[in-house]
Design a protein around this ligand. Structure first.
Ligand SMILES: Nc1ncnc2c1ncn2[C@@H]1O[C@H](COP(=O)(O)OP(=O)(O)OP(=O)(O)O)[C@@H](O)[C@H]1O
Length: 254
């Protein structure tokens, strides 16, 4: 079913859980507009990663609906969701260390049969993430953690997704590398790919995001412009580890 929508991705009133265990998502709704970074924050176990699993078709919701560009895709599995335009970059490191950077990136193109399109996309990701081009023929395992993350981002872009789903991209990275990873998230957005992001490092993620959604008890508790969430002292105390110390500009964007 088609509907008029300005959003690339809409999750509406989603209920989802694992097996017979209690529901994790209990009426969750989230939208991702074009050219935006939407960030999900909230306490451990709130269901943030579960939202990404529902969006990428890894977990079929018990009720609610999923729309991509206004088209109802509820019930589609992972392969269909990839074809629908959703690419999922999983938590942790997923590069194949014994393969070259180029081979890792090309894995993302396995559904693309037109060689000219593949060449154009390789050029696109190499421009967006120069390290990917510079290290194309080297083993991915020789790259640093932050560089490997860029390989994962590049691989996800090879299907030219409408929305990239990023689960904890800063996991295991030091603060300086984390800052760079968020610069690259912003670069993906600026190059036209919307991002739905889950991040423990909530303050840093909201500094890059356009829209923030605070999850609690399986639904969106509060959502709005990320800068407004960052400026709200109650939210900062509850979900962002307190307010920034003086001298930190919470509204800085990369
Ligand atoms: N594969 C699974 N099987 C059973 N339960 C799961 C599974 N994955 C997650 N859960 C449970 O679902 C709930 C939500 O987990 P989820 O990972 O979505 O939360 P989160 O907000 O991303 O938390 P965190 O920040 O700790 O990763 C938790 O209670 C978790 O134990």
């Amino acid at each position: 079913m088609e509907s008029e929508s300005k959003n690339l991705l809409e999750l509406h009133d989603i209920e989802a859980g694992y097996g017979r265990a209690a529901l994790v998502l209990r009426g969750l709704s989230v939208v991702v507009p074009p050219s935006s970074v939407v960030c999900l924050v909230g306490p451990n176990g709130a269901g943030k990663s579960t939202v990404l699993k529902v969006a990428s078709g890894m977990l079929v919701p018990r009720s609610g609906s999923i729309r991509i560009d206004g088209r109802d895709v509820t019930g589609d599995g992972p392969q269909r969701m990839l074809q629908n335009g959703l690419a999922h970059v999983l938590q942790g490191h997923s590069v194949f260390r014994e393969m070259t950077v180029g081979e890792n990136v090309m894995l993302g193109a396995f559904t693309v049969s037109d060689e000219k399109v593949v060449r154009e996309r390789v050029e696109f990701v190499q421009n967006l993430f120069p390290i990917v081009g510079e290290r194309w023929k080297q083993l991915a395992g020789l790259l640093s953690g932050g560089q490997q993350k860029q390989v994962e981002f590049a691989r996800s872009l090879m299907v030219s997704p409408k929305v990239v789903l990023l689960d904890e991209p800063s996991m295991g990275l030091d603060p300086k590398t984390t800052a760079k990873v968020f610069e690259q998230v912003a670069r993906m957005r600026d190059a036209g790919t919307a991002v739905l992001l889950v991040e423990q490092n909530a303050r840093r993620a909201l500094e890059t995001a356009d829209i923030g959604c605070v999850l609690d008890l399986g639904r969106v508790h509060i959502s709005g412009p990320a800068a407004e969430l960052l400026a709200d002292p109650t939210l900062a105390d509850l979900y962002l580890g307190g307010q920034p110390s003086s001298g930190t500009d919470a509204s800085t964007r990369s």
